[in-house]
Ligand binder design. Structure first.
Ligand SMILES: C[S@@+](CC[C@H](N)C(=O)[O-])C[C@H]1O[C@@H](n2cnc3c(N)ncnc32)[C@H](O)[C@@H]1O
Length: 240
């Protein structure tokens, strides 16, 4: 079942997702760090560290949003990072941040759809995506195109929400994600649906071995799955 941000609209999931992120872009970073207690920063750092050995020189950050994962990837000292996203609103906040950091010669942000990437086959040493794949209209198509543009021998890192299973984390998480997070998200962002969509989309998203099956069908091999913080998030690693 497809989870849509605005159930009352006829627009496609992709159009609705782009509209939703345009709507919340002005508060996205603030809400991200507030609602996660800053742990999202640690998760991104941990995910990027997994690429340290591979030392990728060219990196594609899919669903880059305001560029936080791309900025974190600067720790790898690559020559070039390209971020793509379908939301112009998110990209413009990202470009401002990157310019302030003086990193616009290394990171460029471009409008682009991960299900139809505008890059040649085998272009990047690494492809990374944080909290993006859950929003794809067609998950397998998006992952397949990510694999296509990655060089043979390259590494793909996917960081995405998952659901904690054990007591009492499962219960605490459900209460927080279902009640507190949508209420605060709605008040601060003024978008009535975005943070309800967050809970619903995480519930419906394949995780662990279910995600790995789709990841492998998309062309990735040597896959691994690393749950973080009681399973609230998971890092998936795939090679080509
Ligand atoms: C939750 S944000 C994540 C942003 C950033 N990666 C981060 O870690 O903060 C999800 C992003 O995915 C983007 N997105 C969703 N579907 C996409 C697609 N098909 N192609 C490119 N970007 C997409 C949205 O526009 C949004 O900016």
């Amino acid at each position: 079942m497809t989870v849509l941000p605005y159930k009352e609209q006829d627009a496609s999931k992709k159009e609705q997702v782009a509209q939703m992120f345009d709507n919340v872009s002005h508060k996205y970073d603030f809400l991200n760090h507030l609602l996660s207690g800053g742990i999202d920063i640690l998760w991104r750092k941990k995910a990027i560290k997994l690429l340290k050995k591979a030392q990728p020189k060219t990196i594609l950050d899919i669903a880059t949003g305001t560029g936080d994962f791309a900025i974190e990837a600067l720790a790898l000292k690559p020559d070039k990072i390209v971020g793509v996203d379908i939301s112009e609103g998110m990209l413009s906040f990202g470009r401002e941040k990157i310019k302030k950091l003086g990193m616009d010669s290394v990171i460029t942000l471009e409008k682009g759809d991960s299900e139809r990437l505008h890059f040649e086959d085998n272009t990047f040493d690494a492809v990374i995506v944080s909290f993006g794949v859950r929003n794809f209209e067609n998950l397998e198509k998006g992952l397949t195109d990510m694999c296509r543009v990655m060089k043979t021998g390259g590494t793909c890192i996917v960081l995405e929400f998952s659901k904690p299973q054990g007591f009492p984390m499962k219960q605490l998480y459900n209460f927080y994600f279902k009640n507190i997070l949508p209420t605060v998200g709605k008040i601060v962002s003024k978008d009535t649906s975005a943070y309800t969509y967050l809970y619903d989309s995480v519930q419906a998203f394949p995780e662990g071995s279910d995600f790995i099956k789709i990841f492998q069908r998309a062309g990735f091999n040597n896959t691994q799955c690393l749950p973080l913080t009681f399973g609230i998030s998971t890092i998936y690693i795939g090679r080509k």
